[in-house]
Design a protein around this ligand. Structure first.
Ligand code: NAD
Length: 272
């Protein structure tokens, strides 16, 4: 039977968006809430940013809570999941979005910079995905709410496949997320847990402000985007809603690139 258009696609579902207090995470949190999900907006150091996103969601008629955790710290992640269970009983959707850049030429890259990025971008996604999967298995299927027992969506990047000089720690973390996502998808599919990634290209957020500082820098960035525009957080929000909804119920273990064609090797468009 077809779903009536008035039924929101994520009705009765509880979602957690890590790093939801800014940029892509904020856009995804708003998009999930607009489809009826109750959204936990995670922040590590920006309670005001998280409160702002919660306020925006509530003003639009949605439901949201701010929740603190540094995703690279196991005890804080465990406490965050306890808090979600305490407030709403369970979780249906994890958006593993928190991420940082801490760039350096390779020859000068300190162990500290390497570990900082790997700890947040890769270990943080592992810790949150493990706790989400444990919660999905503990709670079991709720087919009246969603065909899948749970959905995990990892925010990867075009840099899971495009190497990035000067950003070796970041590109390595995103390459790692690709195998983390696929291996989890393989292992968790029998429990009807779907795991996928989104691979954004250039999206206008605080993480890449310096790459868009001047008109010249923006023009240079656009040469990498065949579709001819820089993305917005809402572009990623729409993809996240689809991957979290039953519309994508047969999709697991894949990265959906939302990049205006950045992964199409635009340098080869005129015969290289
Ligand atoms: P952003 O800086 O606005 O968002 C990153 C978020 O992660 C922030 O809310 C920050 O507070 C949070 N965060 C940082 N360290 C944390 C920690 N230890 N614990 C919990 N949260 C932490 O930038 P963004 O562009 O919105 O980035 C979101 C995700 O999208 C990142 O994973 C990033 O790698 C990815 N991404 C962004 C782009 C882009 O062009 N903007 C492209 C590809 C991938």
């Amino acid at each position: 039977m077809a779903t009536p258009a008035s039924v929101k696609r994520l009705h009765h579902q509880i979602a957690l968006v890590t790093g939801g207090s800014s940029g892509i995470g904020a856009g995804v949190a708003e998009a999930l809430a607009a489809e009826g999900a109750t959204v936990f907006v995670n922040y590590s150091h920006s309670p005001d940013g998280a409160a702002e996103v919660v306020k925006k969601i509530e003003a639009a008629g949605g439901k949201a809570f701010a929740v603190h955790a540094d995703v690279s710290k196991e005890d804080e992640v465990l406490a965050m999941f306890d808090e979600i269970r305490r407030q709403c009983g369970t979780l249906h959707i994890l958006i593993n979005n928190s991420g940082i850049q801490d760039d350096s030429p390779f020859l000068d890259m300190s162990l500290e910079k390497w570990q900082h990025v790997i700890n947040v971008n890769l270990t943080g996604q592992f810790l949150c995905a493990r706790e989400a999967a444990r919660e999905f298995v503990r709670r079991g299927p709720q087919p009246e709410i969603s065909r899948a027992t749970g959905k995990i969506i990892c925010m990867s990047s075009v840099h899971e496949v495009i190497p990035w000089a000067g950003h070796v720690n970041y590109a390595t973390s995103k390459g790692g997320i690709m195998q983390l996502m696929k291996s989890m998808a393989q292992e968790l599919a029998p429990q009807r847990i779907r795991v996928n990634s989104i691979g954004p290209g250039a999206i206008a957020t605080p993480i890449n402000l310096t790459a868009r500082d001047t008109p010249e820098e923006e023009k240079s960035l656009l040469t990498l985007i065949p579709y001819g525009r820089i993305g917005e957080p809402a572009d990623i929000g729409k993809v996240a809603v689809w991957l979290a909804s039953d519309e994508s119920d047969y999709v697991t273990g894949t990265t959906l690139f939302a990049d205006g064609g950045m992964t199409l090797y635009p340098g080869f468009a005129d015969n290289g």
